[in-house]
Design a binder for this molecule. Structure first.
Ligand code: HEC
Ligand code: HEC
Length: 604
């Protein structure tokens, strides 16, 4: 519990978390119970009519109060800073993000060193309106923003759901995994975020929304998803605004400006996987009942079991070769009878952190995804229900592990998927020379060329716009879709693979998720179609740019000198992590790593 918390609420908070931990321990004998607690706060505030400055002052006072109470994660009410989102609100409502309101709240986050969640009316370049949930980090920078709701126009008192397949992700907020969403979306967003490992979900109430969610609904959801839900808004005086899975609610502190609701929540890192320098300190583990070493080891055995294919010759490991960063060194995957897959084989290292899987983001979790390669005719061609399940049931050694760890009886595919997913979540790769230089304080870990490459990457070459490097870790992806024109045929003006277009509408044809660049030196050839053989050629592609035509906007060339290229390649080659695996996917003893649990303790 944070030392900043006053005595009375400290006691409530402590009781609350002791009860919570007791419940946890009862449920899960194998869990290493979470270290430490996070103090979260929700703010209730009624805007001062027609006085933006006064509203802002009041909200700022409430944020300061929450921070004094020890809160590290705060949900602030939103549109108070901009006026309300309702018919007749001024045409100027809404801003580009980042804009004045994000800057105002960013300064608050920075001043108190807290994570701050707000939602704002966003106006895009093309004048579309969104209600956008924004998560600001303790340095005041934007860590995530998700457009949850698209407002068609001001006269439209209502709002309609946001863009198709908005990436819903949980984020590592200094040792706590949190998700953010609009309260309008709780029924969909809370389960999705908690499946992505979020233990705390911050819900921004949009002005004009129905009274947040009934207390009962919030508690049901918190219990069902075993999460802590934090809602802000004027309704906090009527409904509890911080609810956890155990029926406990926050302590309310009334102020002249509004009220602050604070609760201490256990971090619940049930299965602590050692993280590595340069990676988030928490790994999203969707269910606190699943995930332990025995299950992961079974997952590894399934991963390498060739009997799980129609020919008895292909296993997951056939395409995902541990020696090549779990790729196959070819443009495309090669499965049963030499059949080739439609796309390039992605690395499985750090797949645990991906909110959406596959090049086009079709699958939203490892658990949901793994049926495809079993059943796919170009992969293992072994039906996941008709063939995989009976085979696993026939293996008493496999059955034993699933019974012992998941109480699975009878064995269903979901248990098999859980074991595979548990294995995938152990495939963490960080501690690369870049990580040791950037996050480990080893200034000699990178050669000068790679340091210049890093400067070009984050600076004039513009790579880090999409291949993101954060303050505390780097996953080298913005988790967004972009169209680089790879696989576009200028003659027919069509894409050979339409990517996101195939699972949404043709407007999104040609868009693919930004891949991480970790271990990229091990994973040639590149791009969703494996059409680019080397890193040099990848740079050629960016340097060339892509002409626009009637069908697509094109991409401006990136001027890269010969020195820039050498430096960028030295940098990309410094992204290889220190974890090694044998041919059967067992982790080999690595170098010193930093464990997530130790790191969380260090922060208390
Ligand atoms: C024949 C080659 C092949 C085999 C066998 C294969 N995969 Fe893959 N794997 C691929 C390809 C190709 C993709 C990319 C698919 C896409 O984007 O549509 C992929 C994607 C994935 C992804 C998503 C990775 C990401 O970053 O999005 C996971 C996870 C995965 N495979 C796990 C498995 C598992 C588990 C098995 C065994 C049950 C398996 N694969 C068997 C070729 C293969
Ligand atoms: C506009 C966002 C964006 C920018 C800017 C960008 N990339 Fe990418 N990058 C992507 C996307 C999206 C892909 C995958 C495209 C595909 O497969 O169709 C990709 C693919 C790659 C790959 C291949 C990875 C793999 O596993 O196949 C490399 C290497 C790469 N980028 C490096 C760079 C470098 C170096 C720069 C700066 C010169 C850069 N990128 C700038 C979005 C971007």
């Amino acid at each position: 519990v944070s030392p900043g918390l006053p005595r009375a609420s400290w006691r409530t908070a402590a009781t609350l978390s002791v009860a919570a931990v007791a419940v946890l321990v009862g449920v899960e004998a194998t869990a290493r119970s979470g270290d430490g607690h996070a103090v979260v706060a929700a703010i209730a505030h009624d805007p001062v009519p027609d006085d933006l400055a006064a509203s802002r002052r009041e909200v700022a006072a409430l944020i300061a109060h929450a921070a004094r109470l020890g809160a590290k994660v705060i949900v602030a009410p939103e549109l108070t800073a901009l006026g309300e989102l309702r018919p007749g609100s001024p045409a100027t409502a809404g801003e580009r993000i980042p804009g004045p309101a994000t800057e105002f709240f960013g300064a608050q986050a920075r001043q108190h060193a807290v994570w701050l969640s707000i939602s704002l009316l966003e106006r895009s370049d093309s004048d579309e309106r969104f209600v956008t949930a924004v998560l600001l980090g303790p340095d005041g920078g934007i860590r995530r923003h998700s457009r949850k709701v698209l407002v068609r126009q001001e006269s439209d008192a209502g709002a309609i759901p946001g863009s198709f397949r908005a990436v819903v992700d949980s984020i590592d907020a200094g040792g706590t995994r949190i998700g953010l969403a609009s309260v309008d979306d709780i029924n969909v967003a809370v389960p999705r975020l908690t499946q992505r490992g979020a233990r705390v979900v911050l819900l921004n109430a949009d002005a004009g929304a129905e009274p947040a969610a009934s207390a009962r609904r919030l508690q049901e959801l918190a219990a069902a998803t075993r999460s802590v839900l934090v809602v802000s808004g004027p309704d906090c005086d009527k409904v509890p605004c911080v609810v956890n899975a155990y029926g406990a609610v926050a302590t309310r502190h009334r102020r002249a400006e509004g009220s602050v609701h604070v609760a201490s929540v256990p971090r619940m890192a049930s299965w602590v996987i050692d993280s590595r320098t340069g990676l988030p300190s928490t790994v999203p583990v969707p269910s606190i009942d699943t995930g332990n070493e025995a299950l992961a080891e079974l997952g590894r055995r399934l991963f390498t079991d060739r009997k799980l294919s129609s020919t008895g010759t292909v296993a997951c490991v056939t395409c995902h070769d541990p020696a090549r960063g779990f790729t196959n060194g070819r443009p495309l995957g090669v499965g049963v009878h030499g059949r080739v897959t439609k796309r390039n084989v992605p690395s499985l290292l750090n797949v645990a952190f991906k909110p959406l899987l596959q090049w086009d983001g079709y699958a939203s979790s490892i658990e949901n995804f793994v049926k495809y390669p079993f059943s796919g005719p170009t992969e293992m061609d072994f039906h996941y229900l008709d063939q995989v399940v009976p085979y696993v049931r026939s293996r008493s050694d496999y059955v034993q592990v699933l019974r012992d760890n998941l109480r699975a009886d009878p064995i269903e595919f979901e248990h098999i998927a859980a074991a595979l997913a548990a294995y995938h979540r152990t495939l963490l790769s960080g501690n690369s020379p870049f990580d040791r230089y950037r996050y480990g304080g080893e200034s000699a870990a990178l050669p000068p060329a790679a340091i210049r490459g890093l400067e070009a990457f984050t600076g004039r070459a513009g790579c880090a716009r999409c291949h993101t490097i954060d303050d505390e870790y780097a996953l080298f992806t913005d988790f967004q879709y972009h169209d680089l024109g790879v696989g576009y045929d200028g003659g027919t003006q069509r894409y050979r693979d339409i990517g996101l277009g195939g699972i949404s509408t043709n407007d999104f044809a040609g868009q693919f998720l930004t891949p991480s660049l970790r271990n990229v030196a091990l994973t040639a050839p590149y791009m969703h179609d494996g059409s680019v053989a080397t890193l040099e050629e990848v740079l050629d592609l960016y340097a060339r740019g892509q002409a626009s035509d009637a069908q697509r906007p094109g991409r401006p060339p990136v001027p890269l000198s010969a020195d820039d290229r050498r430096d960028l390649i030295a940098f990309l080659e410094s992204l290889t992590g220190d974890q090694r695996y044998d041919a059967e996917g067992r982790a080999l003893p690595g170098r010193a790593t930093r464990s997530a649990s130790r790191q969380i303790e260090g922060r208390k």
